[in-house]
Ligand binder design. Structure first.
Ligand SMILES: *Cc1c(COP(=O)(O)O)cnc(C)c1O
Length: 423
């Protein structure tokens, strides 16, 4: 790889300085691994559970064990983790449609939810496409204040919704927004307060994407009724080929299961199609792989901060998700960053990312993704819209060794672009 002595030295300095941070991350991974192993032992995972099922999938012991293991690991009383779930948006759609009925109010208390949910809720897209709005579900939103949950405004909104309030929605990760990522503790606090303000029982639903295993507790253990995410992010450990999960309290999970399949059948059926082994192996790997991604993110923050770029979060800040942003300051810098990441990928390293007009986005977007699983973002990946301040969103890294090389390759490309810009 074309990495100069200068950047290799900078990388070594980053590792030295970050050693205490990395030790803390290793501690979290150790605790999470123990929780995963305890669940595997309690459920007596055996080779027989790797067997595949077809058709209805009745009596698939591996599938049922995975559901229970996932629930235990994530601190819920019930749950399911299935390859039939296409992506995170699909998992969130299952949860929301499972819980909400005509006349109910869905209240998002962390500002606008992730982009792809707008058409699910009905704040974007075409009337008649089958959004929640089409079915008479009302939607309200409390904006964030200074990037954090605005408790007095949430109290007001909860009281205004009155009896109609059914689901309170919290997004844990910053996603692609300039906001804070919420800790599990903070989510627990919001859930507790919302329940105390609401006139009757409400479901607290958490979009848990990118947050899994960054702490030693998940939001289902602090009062969330459903936590929802994708297996081609953190909890698939880079091993799951596809899938998602919904975990939480028994009634909420039962209702979500009825939406996954049908009322009556719920999670009793569902062929595993040979995915049980990958999902179990992924769950086993996930605490370690998330630690590798976190180290890669800290490393990137250190290196790019040293080079004078704006990074968020900063190198030594505690993280509750795996996303790192780097503002490159020019289109060439952003494209260079993505090209560097791509060039150090195990798959498609010879490809050079070009900005393109992605459907649904106002500005061209450039992406780096050299992954074993299509679109996987627990594998080292980066993307960003071509607009000021030319921010790259970076996440993933199956191994810190490869993540580090990706970051140093990106630094080389960005610096080359900066030098060229000066001439
Ligand atoms: C990725 C993500 C989603 C949607 O997941 P897809 O798998 O892309 O459909 C939802 N919310 C957040 C915060 C995410 O990061």
């Amino acid at each position: 790889m074309q990495i100069s002595e200068r950047f290799r030295l900078l990388g070594a300095a980053a590792e030295r300085e970050l050693a205490p941070v990395f030790a803390k991350i290793d501690g979290i991974a150790a605790e999470n691994t123990e929780r995963v192993l305890d669940a595997f032992r309690e459920e007596r995972v055996s080779e027989a559970m790797f067997a595949s099922s077809t058709g209805y999938g009745y009596g698939d012991a591996g599938r049922d064990a995975i559901d229970r293991i996932a629930a235990k690991v994530f601190g819920g009383e019930a749950g399911f983790m299935r390859p039939a779930i296409i992506c995170g948006t699909h998992a969130l759609t299952i949860g929301l449609f499972g819980l909400l009925r005509p006349g109910d109010v869905l209240l998002s208390v962390t500002g606008a939810p992730y982009d792809t949910l707008a058409e699910v809720i009905g704040t974007a897209g075409n009337p008649g496409d089958g959004s929640l709005a089409d079915f008479g579900v009302k939607y309200a939103e409390v904006p964030l204040k200074d990037g954090d949950a605005d408790l007095p405004a949430i109290k007001n909104a909860v009281e205004n919704c009155g009896d109609s309030l059914k689901v309170v929605f919290i997004q844990r990760s910053k996603g692609y927004l300039n906001r804070k990522t919420l800790s599990t503790e903070r989510i627990g606090e919001i859930a507790r307060l919302v329940r105390s303000w609401a006139k009757k029982d409400v479901y607290v639903v958490v979009d848990n994407c990118y947050g899994e295993f960054t702490e030693t507790r998940e939001p289902a253990s602090v009062g969330a009724d459903l936590i929802i995410g994708s297996l081609i992010k953190n909890p698939g450990g880079g091993m799951a080929d596809v899938g998602g999960y919904l975990i939480g309290t028994p009634r909420a999970v039962e209702l979500a299961g009825y939406r996954l399949c049908s009322p009556g059948i719920g999670i009793e059926a569902g062929a595993s199609l040979g995915q049980n082994r990958n999902m179990l192996r992924g769950l086993f790997m996930a605490p370690h792989v998330v630690a590798q991604s976190l180290k890669t993110a800290h490393f990137a923050a250190y290196v790019f901060d040293s080079l004078g770029y704006k990074v968020e979060p900063s190198a030594f800040e505690t993280r509750y998700d795996i996303i790192q942003t780097v503002s490159l300051g020019s289109p060439e810098g952003l494209v260079g960053f993505c090209r560097g990441i791509q060039s150090a990928s195990p798959v498609d390293s010879y490809v050079s990312p070009e900005p393109w007009a992605m459907p649904g986005y106002a500005d061209p977007v450039v992406m780096a993704a050299g992954a074993f699983v299509g679109g996987s973002s627990i594998e080292l990946s980066a993307d960003g819209p071509i607009r000021p301040p030319y921010t790259a969103f970076l996440q993933g890294g199956l191994t810190f060794e490869s993540g580090k090389l990706g970051i140093l390759a990106a630094a080389e490309c960005c610096e080359a672009a900066r030098q060229e810009g000066k001439q």
